[in-house]
Design a protein around this ligand. Structure first.
Ligand code: ZN
Length: 278
């Protein structure tokens, strides 16, 4: 999956340091990120020296033994040979470590941008010196990064798996069911509710599989397998889905992309390796 690194894990703890010439700078503007696409389609992000800048960016994390900073000027950065590309479309396996860095940086960028002012009293916030937290100097409000929990659900029916397609979205491939956890709800209740809302099925035997940070939407995704409980007759919510159907284990119409939890879960079911009922 996107977050699985061959070397150099994500080191996300906050550090109060200045950027050096060789550090990577994530420059976001209007939903896009500044990068270079090399001849082999590999992605490269600009360094501080390539941007010709000497300061300003905000440290966000260390990934694959490189420091990542955010460009914080309101004016978009420019760099010879680099162009802006939409953050949402960057999920290529070949440069997946960089894609993960962009997604995670994007999550933090949005948090910083949306919390410049205190939501309680409207004063300008300041960064804490020791941890990743914004503080309001007027009312004392403390603002921590926000992560939205969501579930990915693989509903099984013997040797069949429920696959669906979203309605009205750019993403047109087969997907599993998915949805956000509501306030006051357990993760398990999210699974039951989302499946009922989207396809009208009752489910049982929830088995947790794995999770995945998905910074593009500010999520952490939690993947579950479960079994249909009773009738397997599907009734789709046409606002959410364009189709949903049962597909046999040996004829699943997608392949793992090495990026998403959804695709890994579909492949794992195809191989018969999903967590089983005890
Ligand atoms: Zn305040």
């Amino acid at each position: 999956m996107l977050q699985d690194m061959a070397v150099g894990r994500l080191e996300n703890e906050f550090r109060n340091i200045a950027a050096r010439a060789e550090d990577i700078i994530l420059c976001f503007h209007d939903g896009q990120v500044l990068l270079r696409r090399d001849a082999d389609d590999a992605l490269t992000l600009p360094t501080l020296s390539q941007l010709g800048a000497t300061e300003a960016p905000r440290y966000v994390f260390r990934l694959q033994e490189k420091n990542y900073f955010l460009w914080t000027d309101r004016e978009p950065a420019a760099c010879q040979g680099f162009v802006y590309e939409p953050v949402r479309q960057l999920r290529q396996l070949q440069s997946k470590e960089i894609c993960f860095g962009i997604m995670t940086g994007w999550h933090l960028f949005n948090w910083y941008r949306n919390n410049r002012l205190c939501g309680g009293c409207g004063a300008e916030t300041v960064h804490d010196e020791k941890e990743r937290m914004l503080r309001c100097p007027v009312c004392g409000n403390m603002i921590f990064p926000r992560i939205s929990p969501a579930v990915i659900v693989a509903v099984t029916n013997g040797d069949k798996l429920l696959l669906s397609k979203y309605a009205g979205r750019a993403y047109t491939r087969y997907a599993l069911l998915a949805g956000y956890t509501e306030i006051g709800e357990t993760i398990e209740q999210t699974v039951h509710r989302e499946v009922m809302e989207e396809v009208g099925l009752k489910v049982k035997n929830l088995r947790y599989y794995k999770s995945q940070p998905w910074g593009v939407d500010g999520n952490v995704l939690m993947g579950f397998y479960c079994d249909v409980d009773g009738s397997d007759s599907i009734r789709i919510d046409e606002n959410e889905l364009s189709m949903a159907d049962w597909f046999p284990r040996d004829a699943l119409p997608t392949q793992d992309d090495g990026i998403s939890l959804t695709r890994e879960m579909i492949r794992t079911f195809g191989e018969g390796k999903e967590p089983k009922n005890l």
